[in-house]
Design a protein around this ligand. Structure first.
Ligand code: F3S
Length: 394
């Protein structure tokens, strides 16, 4: 792989230990994937923040880098394993909390923004069309490539951090035009009435398209909430990093002739939705996977006005969107009902499996996927029905 003189200096350790380590990661990755060179990035999103996933080895790795490493480009962080301010209210174990705060401290010393959200594009990190970036949250990767037209691979925690500490990433995969071409056409005849319908479709199509690029035809429009749910679902059942939607996303061009095509109709939607539902009465309700938008918080506040929550109910969002919600008066209504904001975290990366819950109701196909993997049963409901479930008399 070709390196510039400055990149060679970085690799030789002339710009410090953390930069050297980071260059070693990037060069190794580039060589595995046949990258010809590195490309500068304008923004990074680092995943691997919850102590639940990082463990003590992760803290050691980060602390070593933090001795002399610093972010060179705008870098935001994925959700942590708890609300960094209200973790006691969430019932988080103090031992876990102290380890999680060590992780956050290391990231702070590295110069990262402690944004702790999987929707960085709603919290001040919104790259423009054609920008090369290195993002490490799969749902945000799909959103960035597909909706924003930025260019990123599905980075792991170490490679995203290495990109931040050097300002570069290997030029391969979704950074190149050739890999952004549709590999499967999906003719959609099902009526997609809610963001949850988009999620169910994404979960179903992700299983078929695997690591490819689906091209959706027949959908007239998709707003922010629909796009974020679709992105998350595609990335969880498959290894999708990008999709196109005819007439909607900025790079949608007809797939090459001969591209395989499948259909997605009314029955497929019903089957996909049913497949995300287990039996059982929910004892925990959580929405905001990916983190809620302000519009979703407005909807929740509207539904919770004059209702009281009867089950543990978490509303996951970024601290930035919560701040906007405070200004609008939504937070007061939400908290007045007994619901809890879970800022900086979510129902998947927080250690909820140790909190005695058995059945989780959520409006996220991605959350259903991961919660099932943690041994919990799930109910996949619309946002409105999640609120009704959280306030249903016991
Ligand atoms: Fe975000 Fe957690 Fe879902 S990180 S996409 S809310 S699993």
């Amino acid at each position: 792989m070709h390196l510039t003189p400055e990149e060679k200096d970085m690799l030789a350790g002339k710009q410090g230990h953390a930069t050297k380590k980071s260059m070693e990661i990037l060069v190794a990755l580039g060589e595995i994937y046949g990258a010809k060179r590195l490309v500068p990035v304008s923004s990074v999103q680092v995943s691997g923040v919850s102590y639940k996933n990082l463990g003590d080895a992760g803290i050691e790795f980060l602390s070593e880098l933090a001795e002399d490493g610093r972010a060179r480009v705008k870098t935001t962080l994925n959700p942590a394993g708890m609300d960094l301010e209200n973790w006691r209210l969430q019932g988080i174990d103090p031992g876990f909390a102290s380890k999680q705060l060590e992780v956050i401290d290391a990231y702070r010393r590295l110069g990262l923004e402690i944004s702790c959200t999987c929707t960085p594009y709603l919290a001040g990190n919104e790259p423009g069309f054609g920008e090369h970036i290195a993002w490490g949250e799969s749902s945000a990767v799909v959103y960035a490539n597909s909706v924003l037209g930025a260019r990123t691979n599905r980075e792991g925690g170490p490679s995203a951090l290495a990109a931040s500490l050097t300002g570069r990433t290997p030029l391969y995969g979704y950074h190149l035009d050739a890999n952004r071409v549709a590999t499967l056409t999906v003719d959609v005849s099902a009526e997609l009435a809610t963001p949850e319908d988009f999620a169910a479709m994404g979960y179903s199509v992700g299983k078929v398209v695997k690591n490819g690029v689906p091209y959706f035809r027949g959908i007239r429009q998709a707003g922010l909430e629909e796009s974020k749910e679709l992105s998350a679902a595609l990335a969880s059942s498959g290894g999708v990093a990008m999709y196109h939607m005819e007439g909607v996303t900025p790079e949608a061009k007809s797939p090459p002739s001969g591209t395989e095509a499948i259909s997605f109709g009314r029955r497929d939607l019903a089957e996909a939705t049913a497949g995300l539902n287990d039996e059982g009465d929910p004892d925990f309700v959580s929405v905001g996977c990916p983190h809620c938008s302000l519009k979703e918080l407005a909807t929740i506040a509207g539904l919770l006005r004059s209702r009281k929550v009867t089950r543990e109910f978490w509303i996951c969002c970024s601290r930035e969107v919560k701040r906007q919600s405070d200004e609008k008066g939504y937070s007061k209504v939400i908290e007045g009902s007994g619901a809890k904001f879970a800022c900086d975290t979510c129902m998947v990366v927080a250690p909820i499996e140790g909190m005695g819950f058995h059945v989780v109701a959520t409006n996220s196909a991605k959350a259903c996927h991961y919660l099932r993997n943690s041994g919990l049963r799930v109910r996949f409901l619309t946002l409105e029905r999640c609120v009704m479930e959280a306030t249903r008399p016991r």
